[in-house]
Design a protein. Structure first.
Length: 418
């Protein structure tokens, strides 16, 4: 379970052999403030510290702050080596892969967190751009998100095990610092509502399928949101993902999450988890309402036209093809065990993609009910296996206030993974 010191300390882990216990030295806390007494700005080792190569071409510095946080896992070896030298090695390996194999100008992600909890600047100029809260380095960690999302690469593969306590601790500390403007600066503005916590699965055109952040990691994201909200004394609000017709085609994820207009932002966090299957899931729902479009996971012309027609029929203005909460709520209907049809297929498809075991049959069977119950448990919802509006929101990837009731603690992955 979560130790009381978690989410507040940066840990320094001494060298260890795979068969021995880790010797942990706790770094002294940095100072906090009365505004956020539970937020301690972490130390971040720069690209110069770990010996990064210079970028192969100039990096684009954008004159706006980041809007989201996106979590990846490297899908590499779950190494038992928790030392700083190993963290540096991983950072250099990632940069070599991204520059020499992918052909990018630099490491794609903004930050890397090792299994030992070391936080490293990934892309050059990230720290300097973020320090004033007004700029952002364009990245290469995810199509469609590179001009708006902070990319955090968590070293390891988390499809079947959770990250180590040290990685979790640093991840939480880093995100809390972003959300309170406490990265290398004193907090001058609560920008919590300006960030959306996003974690989604995607496929790159020329690269193998990835499963960021990993099915098991995905299962505790509700707990992470709960821990952050408690730590920052901010409630979790209803948040349905916004789907817009951009960056579709090929194998690239066909979605983006567009932020609400600034004047509509609530003074509360809006945490979101997105899946590449959202367009596909959405197409099933359109077909359930009389459309006859191909369920291909791409937000193409036919899907856009059907979306606009549905919005016009329901008097949703503007009828622009952007799928917001009102469109989602009009598309869904409550389904339960024994029901059949495209609404059931939509639920089953995304449950299966997220490792919950449901098969896409169109019939709400016992296996689907069990998968729904698991998701409801993960998200703090009533475990009745009925997919009503709250569970639809969770299935789709949104957040609900029910997550506030989740414990901000959970078991961690082992240091040594068999």
């Amino acid at each position: 379970m979560l130790a009381p010191r978690l989410l507040s300390l940066v840990l320094v882990v001494c060298a260890m052999a795979s068969s021995s216990a880790a010797a942990v030295v706790v770094r002294q806390k940095n100072s906090s403030t009365e505004t956020y007494p539970n937020v301690y700005p972490p130390h971040i080792w720069s690209t110069a510290d770990w010996g990064a190569k210079p970028p192969s071409s100039p990096l684009n510095i954008l004159d706006h702050p980041a809007l989201r946080i996106l979590i990846h896992n490297t899908q590499g070896r779950n190494s038992p080596d928790l030392t700083q030298p190993y963290a540096y090695t991983v950072a250099r390996q990632i940069q070599d892969l991204h520059m020499l194999t992918n052909g990018w100008a630099d490491s794609g992600q903004h930050f890397t967190i090792s299994r030992g909890g070391w936080i490293l600047e990934g892309r050059h100029n990230t720290l300097s751009a973020l320090s004033n809260g007004k700029q952002f380095v364009q990245s290469a960690h995810s199509p469609g998100m590179n001009t708006e999302a902070i990319g955090i690469e968590c070293d390891g593969a988390y499809g079947s095990v959770l990250p180590t306590e040290y990685l979790f601790d640093s991840l939480m500390n880093l995100m809390a610092s972003f959300l309170t403007s406490r990265v290398h600066q004193e907090p001058t503005l609560d920008r919590f509502a300006q960030y959306n916590f996003v974690s989604f699965r995607f496929i790159l055109i020329y690269f193998p399928q990835t499963d960021c952040p990993g099915n098991i990691f995905y299962s505790v994201l509700g707990n992470i949101r709960s821990a952050l909200s408690k730590r920052l004394n901010k409630p979790i609000v209803h948040s349905w993902p916004d789907l817009r017709p951009q960056n579709s085609g090929g194998n690239v994820h066909a979605l983006q999450v567009c932020p609400s207009p600034p004047f509509l932002l609530p003074l509360a966090p809006k945490f979101r988890i997105l899946s590449r299957l959202t367009p596909l899931f959405f197409q099933y729902l359109l077909n359930a309402h009389g459309s006859n479009i191909s369920v291909d996971g791409k937000y193409g012309d036919a899907t856009l036209a059907s979306t606009k027609a549905f919005q016009i029929a329901n008097s949703f203005l503007p009828a622009d093809g952007y799928v917001r909460e009102n469109t989602w709520r009009a598309l869904i209907k409550t389904v339960r065990q024994g029901d059949t049809g495209n609404h059931v297929r939509a639920v089953q498809k995304i449950l299966k993609r997220n490792g919950l075991g449901a098969e896409v049959t169109g019939t709400f069977d016992a296996a689907t009910a069990a998968a729904v119950r698991t998701l409801q448990r993960w998200r703090g919802l009533t475990q009745d296996t009925i997919v009503g509006p709250e569970t639809w929101c969770a299935v789709l990837g949104g957040s609900t206030p029910a997550e506030m009731a989740l414990e901000a603690s959970f078991s961690f992955g082992p240091v040594v993974v068999d």
